[in-house]
Design a protein around this ligand. Structure first.
Ligand code: KG4
Length: 338
């Protein structure tokens, strides 16, 4: 089954063709990051306008690069939540028109479910059940994945997402948007004990997280030093920050896996590209004899292939939409009817 998959929830316009949920025949991703960098973050209106400009061309290119014709497409899958509403609506409306014109089913896909499914493309042997940490620019959740479309959140951030925290900390250090990768590069060679940073715990919710205190701590260190005319150890601060993020994520995920009895740990989303987080998960999983699945870097960030992978399993579970399909800025991964 060939699924044409569309993703436009933030600042990547992405279209892919995925066969049977496991094989990306093509995966076109056009990032707008450079256009937003001068503003220090994504400008929703600019994102929507640019999605409109390129989405049709990308879809043609994805089908051609898959070696297929339009008549070979069996269904259209699209990210409908969560994300920037105007940006999502571009993909949703394009997908509706494509499904109608091709006479094939339309499958709505939750963006974070897509991030998890990126792992099905990378690891043919991976099947639920497993425990997943989904860490991206907008979401940070620990998910009990019982089945391809049966999952529930068992821990989440109470404020900023991990990626958002990376982006804001990077900004005060004068690094470009998106800040995750530049932060990682600055941290290389830095002393990760140079600064003592907070690791917030949420009373009574061992798997929940909070990153706003960490973000504020980095902002205060940078601003206080500037006020006093002192220079900061930028590499040390970046390394200490990365360590603090990893120490918030990895032990909680491992503890949740122990409690739920999972021996497979899956990591997904843009922050899964982070070297420190990957290394700490590798060490923790090796120490506890658990299997770790983390996508290759190109599948960590937003892409269309992951939507096609999850779209296949949503289709098998009977999920369909018609021309009434709407987009939603927020939606939990385990909300009724997702
Ligand atoms: O999954 P993604 O592409 O978009 C969302 O669905 O949100 O994630 C984007 C986030 C950004 O916050 C970016 O700074 C972060 O992922 N990111 C990283 C790295 N690469 C991307 N964070 C830490 N280390 C990285 N190497």
């Amino acid at each position: 089954m060939n699924i044409l998959a569309i993703e436009s929830s933030c600042d990547e316009t992405a279209v892919a063709v995925v066969c049977d949920g496991r094989k990306a025949l093509s995966d076109e991703v056009l990032s707008q990051a450079d256009m937003h960098a001068i503003y220090g973050g994504v400008v929703p209106e600019i994102a929507s306008r640019n999605h409109i400009t390129v989405i049709s061309r990308l879809a043609d290119s994805a089908i051609a690069k898959a070696g297929l014709k339009k008549c070979d497409i069996d269904a259209v899958a699209v990210t409908y939540a969560p994300g920037l509403i105007g940006a999502l609506l571009v993909g949703v409306n394009f997908a509706k028109a494509a499904a109608l014109a091709l006479g094939v089913p339309l499958i709505p896909v939750h963006h974070v479910r897509g991030h998890i499914a990126a792992n099905y493309l990378a690891f043919p042997e991976l099947e639920p059940p497993f425990l997943c940490l989904a860490i991206s620019g907008g979401n940070t959740i620990i998910v009990d994945v019982r089945g391809y479309t049966d999952m529930s959140i068992i821990g989440s951030t109470h404020d900023d997402a991990a990626g958002e925290c990376f982006d804001k900390a990077a900004r005060v250090l004068g690094l470009p948007y998106p800040g995750g990768r530049p932060m990682q590069e600055l941290a290389e060679g830095g002393d990760d004990t140079a600064y003592k940073l907070p690791n917030a715990k949420i009373e009574g919710h061992p798997y929940d997280m909070s990153f706003s205190g960490l973000k504020t701590a980095v902002v205060n260190i940078a601003h206080n030093a500037a006020d006093r005319g002192e220079t900061i150890d930028r590499a040390g601060l970046a390394a200490s920050f990365q360590r603090a993020v990893s120490e918030a994520l990895v032990p909680r995920t491992m503890a949740a896996a122990r409690e739920l009895g999972y021996d497979k740990i899956v990591v997904a989303g843009g922050v899964a590209a982070n070297k420190r987080v990957r290394a700490d998960f590798e060490a923790a999983c090796a120490a506890e004899g658990k299997r770790l699945f983390v996508p290759p870097l190109r599948l960590c960030g937003d892409n269309g292939a992951m939507i096609g992978a999850q779209g296949y399993y949503e289709f098998l579970a009977g999920k369909r939409a018609g021309s009434e399909l709407n987009a939603y800025a927020t939606m939990e991964i385990d909300a009724p009817g997702v």
